[in-house]
Design a protein around this ligand. Structure first.
Ligand code: ADP
Ligand code: MG
Length: 927
């Protein structure tokens, strides 16, 4: 056995081999140590003639959690199953690797998250011998396959474009061709494992040969050599992991696409727009969560795909809007469709299992249950055949067909697959057992031979059941009983007291303590008949089942087509439900190079659900213009910018948008750059990252791009940051002509509006009501005044002379900063950018000497920040501690210093208010 194990290990060098021994998957030697460690199971020993060796195993019928641990620990697992019946084997049972489980190619439902995609991807690059200039920008081919559903995507482009695609596809595993550049995930959490797989599968000839079993004339289907080689390689790997028995018959849809046909959203944009992930502390929803009202896994996966790859074709977008609009209007139809879909199983994965020959009878029943909703869905959509009308749809809704082409098309694509449905219904028992080898799987009446066997078996059992009564009568032994056990089969049991009445034809089978067990020749004959019939029936059932499964598998493509239609229908219903519940509006798409963004009463779809009342804002952003947005921290700048970008993403996904009205162009790329302090995701030095992402924007954005820059330049010293922010804004405006929103705390940037045509200022303000400062979250034209700190101080009621003096001091500082711009060695601080802690440290030092200040203000300040951190006060940037007792103007300059020290950009509103209250009470006490 060990040498058999060693052979499998040698054939699967890069995997950990698990080996079926009865009810366990066992590993031996080093592998056993790994299994014991990772799965936390006991390491045992096994001995044979060659010696002792370590062994560790996991139970087969509960293998999933162990396999998951092994995958998480970075192992690929080759499963060596017994491939012949242990009882029939002469000598050692034959075993073979039936599957290699890897992060990117798992198909077990237990190991896959429902409603998600799980890709393995391959990349191949031009070796440069195909055309001369490939060295400049080598073409990279990318292919990804979801082995659980058979979806296969193929594309190509330059390195950066493919890096973006990989971020979007987010494969669990990446195999890399010999010449391919290295791709690292921009996102450590969703990252993939890179795997060097056999370089020969990337060979052009080998790839072409392989692809020929999937589609005719592969060379003509793919744009470039790298595409062809990546596709061939990824399929080779997928085949390998599925046990290497040739082409995967359910991979019927190799879809080649051009990344330029989709709105390009790289990982940074996905992240900063929080489409799928939300990293903030205590953060809850993402855009996807908001949009996901799907009823089944198919729809959920489809919606995710749509949101990862929004459209750029205006007609295609309008088609989705049409369908969403119609479903939004026809409430009853939508609800019925959603109800029906909620009983649909994951058809894509089911059909994958069917054609891999892995489906059991329950899977076929699930397939049947899903097919069974199709007629109902069609009728509901048609609105005519009773379904649509009965529930009291208005006349209007009883129209006899979908009103929009898109929905009509979806309805037409709902293939009822009547033959498949009927076949399963006639053949498979309605509540079959999980095993397909133990009978009970095939329905009575489906197969005459099987029925005859079952009749023989049943009659035999009935005869045995009657035997007890007839033998009691014949022998006169009232306590005689007939029983059955695994070892001896049927027997007649007679207690010792009655042994004298046992007839001659009884043969002794077994002696017990107080009784004897017998059989008769007839009982034996009947028993053989029963057992023989049952065994043969089970075998016939298995054969029939496999045949039925193959007949269903022959319809793989049609079932996949149905799955697609159901998925899209569900996704449209979900978007419609969200549009209705969230009061979204259908965006008007203006397919014109000059069209800008016009939104009335726009909202942020995620923030508005966080509770509290959301303040809608208008957007009027002509094409190619830049809005420079200023305002205090927490006033709503970032939220505003993101709501604009999200409206674009939503619209191009096919969704309605959270607004009163929206008119949008179609963008081809969306870039976001969020300054270091706003984006805490770790990894590279934040400033480095900021700059490399900025570089990407500056290289790739164009007139059809939407660019969001949020606090760019924050990650470095003020002077540099300011210079970079300004230069970037000028470049976006002058060179790229992109449409952009630029939120910044460098209000110096607001001058750009005077210098450039297509730059304008917007700002957010705060107001004072009943002595409390409140953020209005309302955007207004123009730049905010030069110092937010001073502005808010004024609102908080700081006396006018102080405010004026503060303002002029801040203005001086501003000018100094721009004059000294060249001096990069000083880590100079922004007036708005100095630590509140220093200011407060100074404050608490004052506390000891100045009794006149009300203690309440100190009370509500101190707990939130590190007490006793007074050392910073000595570095010279703090406030002059004696200022409180000076004259008004000096007190003003002192306060201006204090205000400058407020790191408003980093404070929460409550902190800011507390700090300001504090300042005010100092002034009040001063008289
Ligand atoms: P800034 O970028 O100016 O610092 P944010 O956009 O991050 O401010 O907004 C801070 C918080 O203010 C948000 O988390 C949200 O809770 C709230 N907010 C922002 N905009 C609005 C709005 N329009 N209506 C209601 N609350 C808002
Ligand atoms: Mg912000």
């Amino acid at each position: 056995m060990l040498s058999q194990y060693a052979d499998l290990c040698a054939a699967h060098e890069d995997a950990l081999v698990l080996f079926q021994v009865g009810d366990f998957y066992e590993a031996f030697c080093e592998a056993a140590e790994a299994v014991a460690r990772v799965c936390e199971v006991t390491l045992t020993e096994r001995s044979d003639s060659t010696g002792d060796y370590p062994m560790a195993g996991v139970p087969i019928d509960n293998a999933a959690p162990y396999l998951e641990s092994l995958l998480d620990a970075g192992y690929r697992v080759a499963v060596g199953d017994q491939v012949e019946d242990a009882e029939q084997a002469s000598g050692l049972v034959d075993r073979a690797v039936t599957e290699v489980i890897t992060p990117g190619t798992v198909v077990e439902d237990d190991l896959l998250e429902a409603g998600t995609t799980n890709y393995v991807a391959a990349v191949a690059a031009d070796t440069g011998d195909e055309d001369g200039d490939s060295a400049a920008s080598p073409s990279v081919g990318l292919a990804a396959v979801d082995v659980s559903t058979g979806e296969c995507l193929v594309t190509s482009g330059d390195r950066d474009a493919m890096a973006g695609e990989l971020d979007r596809i987010a494969p669990a595993e990446l195999i890399s061709g010999p010449d391919a550049p290295a791709f690292e995930s921009a996102d450590a959490e969703r990252g993939w494992t890179v795997h060097e797989y056999d370089p020969r599968v990337f060979d052009r000839r080998a790839a072409t040969d392989r692809l020929e079993s999937y589609l005719p004339a592969p060379e003509r289907r793919f744009e470039t050599g790298p595409e062809l080689r990546a596709a061939g390689a990824v399929l080779a790997y997928a085949e390998y992991t599925q046990g290497d028995d040739g082409p995967l018959s359910y991979v019927t849809r190799l879809r080649r696409y051009d990344p330029r046909d989709r709105l390009r959203l790289d990982a940074a944009a996905q992240r900063s727009l929080e489409l799928f992930e939300n990293r903030g502390l205590g953060a809850s929803d993402t855009l996807f969560d908001v949009l996901d009202e799907t009823s089944c896994a198919l729809g959920r996966r489809c919606l995710e795909r749509w949101l990862r790859r929004p459209l750029v074709d205006a007609d295609a977008i309008r088609g989705r809007h049409d369908a969403v609009g119609e479903l939004a209007d026809r409430t009853l139809v939508r609800e019925r469709v959603a109800d029906a879909l909620s009983t649909a199983y994951d058809l894509e994965r089911l059909v994958g299992r069917v054609s891999r020959g892995r489906a059991d009878a329950r899977d076929l029943r699930s397939l049947h249950a899903t097919l069974a909703v199709v007629p109902e869905l069609k009728a509901t959509l048609a609105g005519a055949n009773g379904e649509g009308e009965r529930g009291g749809d208005t006349d209007d809704e009883a129209a006899d067909h979908p009103r929009t082409d898109h929905l009509r098309d979806l309805r037409d694509r709902l293939d009822e697959l009547v033959e498949v449905r009927e076949l399963i219904d006639e053949s498979i028992a309605s509540n079959p057992p999980p095993e397909i080898t133990d009978g009970g799987v095939i329905r009575e009446g489906f197969d005459d031979d099987l029925d005859a066997l079952r009749t023989t078996e049943r009659e035999g059992r009935e005869w045995v059941a009657d035997l007890e009564a007839s033998e009691r009568e014949r022998t006169g032994i009232d306590s005689l009983s007939v029983g059955h056990n695994q070892v001896h089969g049927y027997y007649i049991e007679v207690t010792d007291a009655n042994l004298d009445r046992v007839p001659d034809d009884y043969r002794r089978r077994q002696t017990l303590k107080n009784s004897e067990r017998y059989y008769t020749p007839e009982l034996k004959e009947r028993e053989e008949e029963i057992v023989g019939a049952a065994e043969r029936a089970n075998a016939v059932e298995y054969e029939l089942f496999v045949e039925i499964r193959e007949r269903v598998a022959a319809e793989t493509e049609r079932i996949q087509g149905l799955a697609d239609a159901l998925a899209e229908l569900d996704a449209c219903c979900s978007l419609a439900a969200v549009a209705v519940d969230g009061d979204y509006v259908r965006p008007k798409l203006i397919d014109d190079a000059d069209a800008g963004i016009e939104i009335e009463g726009g909202r942020h779809p995620v923030v508005e659900r966080a509770g509290g009342s959301f303040v809608p804002n208008d957007v009027d952003l002509p094409r190619g213009s830049i809005a420079v947005i200023t305002g205090p921290n927490m006033s709503g700048k970032s939220t505003y910018m993101r709501s604009v970008a999200l409206a674009v993403v939503l619209a191009q996904t096919g969704s309605f948008v959270p607004a009163q009205a929206a008119s949008l162009p179609v963008f081809d790329r969306l870039f976001t750059r969020v300054g270091a302090s706003d984006d805490i995701a770790g990894g590279q030095s934040t400033f480095m990252r900021e700059m490399s992402e900025l570089t990407e924007i500056l290289h790739d954005a164009g007139p059809d791009s939407l660019v969001l820059l949020d606090e760019v330049g924050r990650g470095t010293a003020t002077t540099d940051g300011r210079a970079i922010a300004r230069a970037a804004a000028e470049f976006v405006h002058d060179e790229l002509g992109a449409t952009a929103l630029f939120a910044t705390h460098y209000h110096g940037l607001t001058d750009l509006a005077d210098e450039r045509d297509r730059v304008f200022n917007l700002h957010f303000t705060a107001t004072r009501e009943d002595g409390d400062v409140t953020f209005l979250h309302r955007v207004v034209p123009g730049a905010s005044s030069s110092s937010y700190g001073v502005e808010v101080a004024e609102l908080a009621g700081v006396p006018a002379p102080v405010v004026e003096r503060s303002r002029s001091l801040v203005a001086e500082d501003e000018t100094d900063a721009s004059v000294e711009g060249a001096d990069q060695s000083t880590d100079e601080r922004d007036p708005d950018d100095v630590s509140l802690r220093e200011f407060l440290a100074e404050e608490s030092a004052d506390d000891d000497t100045t009794d006149s200040r009300p203690s309440a203000s100190a009370d509500h300040d101190t707990p939130t920040r590190g007490d006793g951190d007074t050392s910073t006060a000595e570095d010279g940037t703090g406030v002059d501690g004696t200022g409180v007792d000076e004259t008004g103007v000096d007190a003003g300059s002192d306060l201006a210093g204090a205000l400058r020290d407020l790191d408003l950009a980093r404070m929460t509103p409550i902190e800011a208010l507390n700090a300001l209250h504090d300042l005010q009470s100092r002034l009040d006490n001063d008289g």
